[in-house]
Design a protein. Structure first.
Ligand code: FES
Length: 126
């Protein structure tokens, strides 16, 4: 991540590296209102030049994307679960997504071929 980003925030439960707490804690601790800047772990970030990339348990990613939305930070989630075929034919692991089609409020995307990374706002979480 350090090779791809100007700055990277790490979080650890033990506090031995980066923010002391979970990534959700770090975002909950952040200040900002979706405006010009937010502050995470003492560092100031322009939200439009920041990305929250989450991977892990669904409840954590759900909480992370909510906090990132509060701060106006673009967010992506990687929905990786056990996959059977991995080529899009068995439909074992799919997620409900919002659709741009006005007559179709949503459809199911196959995480193996349509993802696994999605913009968090494109996923139906409820
Ligand atoms: S794992 Fe079979 S459709 Fe995705």
């Amino acid at each position: 991540m350090a090779a791809l980003a100007d700055r990277t925030i790490y979080a650890s439960d033990a506090g031995d590296i980066g923010f002391h707490g979970t990534c959700v804690d770090a975002l909950c601790d952040a200040t900002g209102d979706g405006g010009a800047a937010c502050q995470i772990g003492g560092l100031v970030f322009p939200p439009e030049k920041t990305l929250v990339a989450a991977i892990g348990p669904m409840p954590m990613m759900n909480a992370t994307r909510k906090q990132a939305a509060r701060l106006g930070i673009p967010r992506q989630v990687s929905l990786e679960e056990r996959m059977a075929c991995g080529i899009g034919v068995c439909l074992v692991w799919s997620c409900k997504t919002r659709s741009d089609e006005p007559r179709q409020p949503g459809h199911h995307a196959r995480c193996c071929v349509d993802g696994p990374v999605f913009r968090a706002e494109d996923v139906v979480w409820d």
